[in-house]
Design a protein around this ligand. Structure first.
Ligand SMILES: [Zn+2]
Length: 344
């Protein structure tokens, strides 16, 4: 009887499954990529000097975890499906007036608050950064993700309409200080295994320690192993007061890395002109920009959004996320997304 009931149930569910399959078929995944040649990225020799190790870290994690590629593919598919449904609902004439229930859109989620635990791992007094330095970074994160940063007014007219309040905020819940004789932690997550994350399914963990090798920071994308989930930033690049080093002394390294943690790619797509960051309103580019570029900076036949947090420019010269980046980040908190633990 149980088997028969199951058969009946299966038959009844068939039409629904077909509809779901048809909807999913509309999501184009043909441009999706995970592996990059980030180990040799950049369009000129000087650009071999990568600030952020997140893409190389992803290459390593993909090599070490057989199921990670499929997991991140499904996360991307879910993101695109949500964004496509949201765009359809908005574009549908008369929608809302015909009694149809609107599909959940990234805009309808409300403000998402992210609890933050900071692990300060130090081998000398300087690296044991002050509470004031930590608080300055928390203030910058909140300003940058809510678009209340004072330098947002510097965005040129071409992109001014795209400046986004991501409606994501951050609350510091705990600072853990660890004295350790190790002076450099590298990029293989050794610091995370030494000092494991606290509640990573609903807490952003940030390790502040000396990475070495000229690396300012690196993040783990959504979908990666929980035991290494979070962001690592060098103490000199954290916050804007105390032990900080110009020109990365305005706390934007952490803003950039938390962008990766919330599934944003580098704005140039870590490839040539045709490789995208999966965000429609950010112009294509063929490589990172450094320093403080003047506007317009033209690559791939359009003006680069050099002032975006996901470029490699100096801290004082990056001051916006775009509306497309906002929508992409927020899908990870929605049904089927990898960070629903923060909203449930
Ligand atoms: Zn990066």
């Amino acid at each position: 009887m149980a088997a028969l009931a199951f058969l009946f149930a299966s038959c009844e569910q068939d039409p629904t499954e077909n509809i779901v399959e048809q909807q999913e078929a509309q999501v184009d995944m043909s441009d999706f990529y995970l592996y990059t040649d980030a180990d040799a990225d950049g369009k000129s020799a000087e650009n071999a000097n990568a600030k952020c190790y997140s893409m190389r870290n992803l290459n390593r994690l993909l090599n070490e975890n057989d199921d990670l590629h499929k997991k991140m593919y499904n996360i991307e598919k879910n993101t695109r499906s949500i964004l496509a449904k949201s765009a359809n609902a908005k574009g549908k004439p008369g929608s809302g007036g015909d009694g149809d229930t609107e599909p959940p859109a990234p805009d309808n989620l409300g403000t998402v608050n992210i609890p933050v635990v900071i692990h300060v791992v130090y081998s000398n007094a300087q690296e044991n950064i002050s509470d004031a330095q930590i608080n300055s970074q928390m203030a910058i994160l909140n300003e940058d993700f809510r678009a209340t940063n004072s330098d947002a007014t510097n965005v040129p007219a071409e992109f001014a309409g795209l400046v986004a309040d991501s409606e994501i905020s951050f609350t510091l819940t705990q600072v853990m200080r660890h004295s350790d004789s190790r002076t450099q932690w590298g990029t293989n997550d050794a610091v995370k295994y030494a000092y494991p994350p606290v509640s990573p399914s609903n807490t952003l963990n940030i390790w502040v320690c000396n990475i070495g090798g000229g690396i300012l920071g690196y993040a783990q994308f959504p979908g990666g192993p929980l035991e290494t989930d979070g962001v690592v930033v060098g103490p000199q690049y954290f916050g804007n007061t105390g032990y900080v080093a110009s020109p990365f002394d305005q706390g934007r390294t952490t803003t950039h890395e938390v962008g990766h943690y919330l599934n944003l790619r580098h704005i140039w797509g870590d490839g040539r002109c045709r490789q995208d960051d999966f965000v429609a309103d950010t112009p294509t580019s063929d490589g990172p920009n450094y320093g403080c570029p003047s506007y317009p900076t033209v690559n791939c036949k359009n003006n680069d959004m050099t002032m975006n947090y996901m470029d490699y420019t100096d801290d004082a010269c990056m001051y916006m996320f775009s509306e497309g980046q906002k929508a992409r980040m927020r899908t990870i908190f929605m049904d089927g997304g990898p960070r629903t633990g923060f909203v449930n």
